[in-house]
Design a protein around this ligand. Structure first.
Ligand SMILES: *Cc1c(COP(=O)(O)O)cnc(C)c1O
Ligand code: SF4
Length: 396
């Protein structure tokens, strides 16, 4: 191995067969102040968050993920540990920053782009990340969607033939058991117009023992299924996490990683490159690097757009394009994603554009004149394109 992925520091009194069992990890997750006090030396601010802030957003971690964290200020600790800052005023605080509640045409379905929907099959996670963008839904412990609502959600997806892709999300869809997951995937595969299924999960990070041979068999059976992981820091890449990722990829499940830039946790080019090079080595494609959404109680975890752009610009030219994530921001109120790209163009007149490259090369690119630009032959692809473009409105 080119990189070293250390084994998680399992406490000695816990049997390896328990530690490596995902249901054991969920059953023994730390939830209360008392649970946390047994594992951590809490600061006064952290303790205050438990007593004053619990209403705001549920608290939970797996013993595995807790074992990876260190003292106050350490990155993983800041992801799982509530802090007093959560209950303080911030510069922007929204309960539903993505405007999801207005794009919610059926129970647990969020339909904002014409060709793809989110399907929130559970609101439970094994770790409640303090930066979560979906605090209006996540962690209320309503669990797996009720049967009647499940049927309504499926009926919506069936009736809207413009939907090509279903993104299972939550909560964390991999907190759901194999049989139930198999049922959801089978039901979706029965719908003719569904091409791609994605599963967005933090389980490979916070409970990698969830990725079992049995689970992977199910995902393979319903291919193409993509897994969207959510690693934020290279210290999350343990031997167990690496094994989980390799098991997925070896069995034909492509894995893409979506990270979020977090203030004082991973907002430095050195950490971003370390994480993404290791992920790429494990055949995981770094996909998005998100600006943190202004979700309520996250002001202290957000970076500035300037800070994020600076990181992206530093990476340019030094990191393989394969390892490069797309820096993106979700426009509040359901405006959709907006890519944030460092600007290399310095001037533009007529057909000529002036650029300065990542290492300072100045040059011009001159386009052919507009009257020379013609369209290619389209054949039946035009029909497919028109259908895709109006997939949502056509069926509404
Ligand atoms: C982010 C998001 C998607 C997926 O977007 P991609 O750019 O395809 O990854 C789909 N629906 C909603 C509501 C989203 O927020
Ligand atoms: S795993 Fe995702 S949905 Fe769950 S708390 Fe973390 S960010 Fe929110």
């Amino acid at each position: 191995m080119k990189f070293h992925f250390p084994k998680s520091p399992k406490p000695e009194h816990i049997a390896a067969s328990d530690w490596n069992n995902w249901t054991w990890q969920l059953r023994h997750s730390l939830k209360t102040l008392g649970d946390f006090e047994k594992h951590f030396e809490l600061s006064a601010d952290e303790r205050a968050a438990f007593t004053e802030g619990k209403e705001l957003f549920n608290i939970r971690t797996t013993p595995y993920y807790a074992s990876l964290s260190g003292g106050p200020g350490e990155s993983i600790r800041q992801i799982l540990m509530p802090q007093r800052f959560e209950i303080e005023e911030g510069s922007q605080q929204m309960l539903d920053p993505l405007g999801e509640r207005k794009n919610n045409p059926a129970p647990r379905v969020i339909h904002r782009y014409s060709d793809r929907v989110l399907f929130l099959i559970t609101d439970i996670c094994s770790v409640y990340c303090r930066f979560c963008t979906r605090k209006h839904f996540t962690g209320q412990e309503q669990a797996f969607i009720r049967n009647e609502e499940y049927e309504q959600a499926l009926a919506y997806i069936k009736a809207h033939t413009g939907i090509r892709e279903v993104i299972l999300s939550g909560g964390d869809p991999l907190t759901v058991g194999d049989a139930q997951l198999d049922r959801v995937l089978s039901d979706l595969r029965k719908i003719d117009h569904i091409e791609i299924i994605r599963i967005g999960s933090r389980m490979p990070v916070v409970c990698p023992m969830r990725i079992t041979e049995d689970l992977v068999k199910i995902l393979k059976k319903h291919k193409p299924v993509f897994l969207m992981s959510h690693f934020n820091h290279p210290n999350e890449l343990t031997e167990e996490a690496a094994a989980a990722l390799e098991l997925l990829v070896d069995n034909g499940v492509p894995v893409m990683n979506q990270m979020v830039l977090l203030n004082g946790i991973n907002n430095h080019a050195a950490l971003v490159q370390a994480l993404n090079r290791r992920l790429l080595y494990l055949r995981v494609k770094p996909y998005y690097m998100f600006q943190c959404d202004p979700s309520i109680g996250t002001d202290h975890l957000r970076t500035s757009v300037e800070d994020s752009l600076e990181i992206q610009k530093e990476l340019w030219g030094h990191l393989s394009g394969l390892a490069m994530p797309n820096l993106s921001l979700d426009i509040p109120n359901g405006g959709g994603k907006a890519y944030l790209v460092p600007n290399f163009q310095t001037a533009h007149e007529g057909q000529t554009r002036h650029f300065t490259g990542w290492d300072g090369v100045d040059a011009q690119y001159v386009s052919p004149s507009a009257d020379k630009i013609k369209k290619p032959l389209l054949g039946s692809y035009m029909e497919e394109w028109s259908h895709l473009k109006c997939g949502k409105s056509q069926n509404d």
